[in-house]
Design a protein around this ligand. Structure first.
Ligand code: UDP
Length: 239
């Protein structure tokens, strides 16, 4: 018999860049399909899955502001970019017959439902994937902070930050061959050493609400499934 899941409910944070695949922007449909299949495998184990998707593959407020745009307008564009990614993921899941609902922190009534905690919980309990879009709905925040916030709000057992590297390193492993990977690290050490995991707001929220954070490589085949079955994959951030 296959190994059961150790988590009942997870929140998976996917950056916009993760959707680009080998490209430099936009969405790679094959990559999206691969993530959708991974998510379907988690549901098959009985895990409730909420997603927070970034928008960095399309727009980031800070990048737009650096080129002269008003920052708040740029952040609005960034949040709408996350909504586009969320719709693409909902569609990829639907093609696999996986029920999913985009819940947006910015209401766009004709396109998707608005985020509401009770609604999110109801969808999760019915086995639907909840895709949280538009971050927190506020400028000057990131989707990492939105992921921490939503994970805490919905009572996720773990927040999984999917990245392109297999965990948290003492330095950039691509540039520094002496960099070591932490299999377990505290929130305070991440903050003290300014390790590139998530932004400070996101880490502090997790720390203050004891939300365990796993950082793992989403491109390693089968890793997500093994993680929810209890394998010690990537890096774990706890108190
Ligand atoms: N954003 C925002 N408020 C939020 C979340 C996101 O204003 O609560 C905007 C911000 O401009 C950000 C962009 O949306 O740069 C895309 O999100 P993010 O940079 O976190 O995406 P990722 O790096 O995960 O792809």
């Amino acid at each position: 018999m296959s190994q059961p899941a150790v988590y009942r409910r997870i929140l998976l944070k996917l950056s916009g860049e993760a959707l680009m695949g080998a490209g430099t922007d936009g969405i790679d449909p094959d990559v999206l399909d691969r993530y959708a299949r991974d998510i379907r495998d988690l549901l098959a184990l009985g895990v409730q899955v909420a997603l927070v998707i970034g928008g960095g593959n399309l727009f980031r407020g800070a990048g737009l502001a650096a080129r002269g745009m008003d920052r708040v307008t740029g952040d609005h564009m960034g949040m709408l970019a996350t909504l586009m990614n969320a719709l693409a993921m909902q569609d990829a899941l639907a093609r696999l017959d996986v029920a999913a609902r985009v819940l947006s922190a910015l209401p766009v009534a004709q396109v998707c439902e608005s985020y509401d905690r009770r609604r999110a919980l109801r969808h999760l309990e019915k086995g639907r994937v909840v895709i949280c879009a538009a971050g927190t709905g506020n400028p000057f925040f990131t989707t990492d902070s939105a992921a921490s916030l939503r994970a805490i709000e919905i009572g996720a057992d773990v927040l999984i930050k999917a990245t392109k590297v297999d965990g948290i390193y003492s330095a950039d492993p691509l540039r520094d061959p002496t960099a070591i990977r932490y299999s377990r690290i505290s929130y305070d050490q991440v903050l003290r050493e300014a390790l590139q995991v998530m932004d400070t707001t996101a880490i502090v929220l997790c720390r203050d609400h004891q939300m365990p954070l796993r950082v793992m490589n989403i491109n390693e085949p089968g890793a997500l499934l093994r993680l929810v079955r209890g394998e010690d994959i990537g890096s774990l951030v706890v108190s």
